[in-house]
Design a protein around this ligand. Structure first.
Ligand SMILES: Nc1nc2c(ncn2[C@@H]2O[C@H](COP(=O)(O)OP(=O)(O)OP(=O)(O)O)[C@@H](O)[C@H]2O)c(=O)[nH]1
Ligand SMILES: [Mg+2]
Length: 345
């Protein structure tokens, strides 16, 4: 028999499911392979035992297919319920958006936005505030302490006022401290969940007080147990008498979210603490949308006893709106003279 030393994949292997076996090239193999692929249409002779096997396999396949079809139909009925649910959510969201767009921007609010250079503005009418927060100070603020649990809170025995920044993760709390105080010492990141402890920053003389950065609530890239720990220490911290004002930061692009409403609600039960709402990232919002946002937020926070005079629009990026925020912050802090007078009492 003619036998070559090379080997080829068995013919028809491209169509077979199993990987191709290699067989030696013989004349008889070539002949039988050509009979399998012949165009005469005669099927190759099959053994009865093999035929029975094929029939059994086909029956099994049919049974499996029916099972799959039954499973798919039950899945599609639950999927259609989920689709109906998400359609309802989309409809609710659309009607909310429609409601929001139906707000007429007030001319005084639009004027305020324009004069402060707020809003998405290619050519701001006003230069960002470049005046130092504390003139002549080498460091306007200094990091003094961080706490991840109640036992390690900064003691602040002099009872100097503490202004706390709070809001959803990524709303811009840390960057706003840097912008307001004219520093870069607070770490900032685009990913939510960077600040994972309560951090105290002491303001330089002649001021006596602290600006406090906090972990955010809502979504954050952090471990669940860490987020649970924040949920416990934040209310504990806010009970302290040293906390003199709360700055609740809200992203101007989104307005009040459920997490903000829940927080403000829980705060109204916890303690009557002066609060301001700070609309952040105003450089990312069109002026007319920003005016609507301001008006709708003023309306939403009214039920928590927050007046429109305590709703401030800022952009830590462009510096717009920082002057009123600095004024507000300084009003909260004691001067050295006031601190001495308080200590002498
Ligand atoms: N365009 C723009 N981006 C801002 C502004 N403020 C903050 N950001 C950006 O928003 C992202 C989050 O800012 P952070 O200050 O770290 O936010 P945070 O609230 O401290 O976040 P967590 O510490 O994770 O809770 C960063 O990428 C900032 O650069 C702003 O006024 N304008
Ligand atoms: Mg932060």
């Amino acid at each position: 028999m003619l036998r070559h030393s090379i080997s080829i994949p068995a013919l028809g292997a491209a169509r077979a499911v199993r990987p191709a076996a290699t067989v030696p090239l013989t004349l008889s193999a070539v002949r039988s392979a050509s009979s399998l692929t012949s165009t005469r249409g005669r099927p190759p002779p099959t053994h009865p035992a093999r035929q029975a096997k094929i029939i059994a396999a086909a029956a099994k396949r049919r049974e499996q297919h029916e099972q799959r079809m039954a499973a798919a139909s039950s899945k599609s009925s639950s999927a259609s319920a989920a689709t109906a649910k998400s359609a309802a959510a989309v409809a609710a969201e659309l009607s909310k958006r429609k409601q929001f767009m139906s707000i007429t921007p007030r001319s005084d609010v639009l004027d305020l936005i324009q004069s402060w250079g707020l809003g998405e503005n290619k050519r701001p009418t006003m230069k960002p505030d470049k005046y130092p927060f504390v003139p002549h100070a080498k460091r306007p603020v200094e990091f003094v302490a961080a706490a991840k649990r109640e036992g390690s809170f900064w003691r602040n025995e002099e009872r100097w006022p503490e202004v706390a920044m709070i809001g959803r993760s990524n709303v811009g709390k840390s960057r706003l401290i840097n912008a307001v105080c004219g520093t870069t010492i607070v770490r900032v990141k685009a990913k939510p969940g960077l600040t994972q402890s309560i951090n105290w920053y002491k303001v330089a003389k002649p001021w006596r007080g602290y600006v406090v950065d906090m972990p955010g609530y809502g979504f954050a890239y952090a471990k669940d147990e860490r987020k649970e720990a924040w949920a416990d220490i934040i209310p504990e911290y806010l009970k302290r008498p040293q906390v003199s004002r709360l700055l609740v930061l809200v992203d101007a692009r989104h307005g009040l979210k459920m997490a903000d409403v829940e927080f403000l609600d829980s705060m109204s039960k916890l303690r009557r603490l002066p609060k301001s709402i700070i609309l952040t990232k105003c450089d990312l919002v069109r002026p007319d949308i920003l005016a609507r946002r301001y008006q709708s937020v003023c309306q939403d926070v009214h039920k928590f006893g927050i007046q429109p005079s305590n709703v401030v629009m800022v952009s830590a990026k462009s510096g717009a709106g920082l002057i009123p925020l600095r004024t507000l912050l300084k009003r909260e802090l004691m001067t050295t003279a006031e601190a001495e007078a308080a200590a002498g009492q």
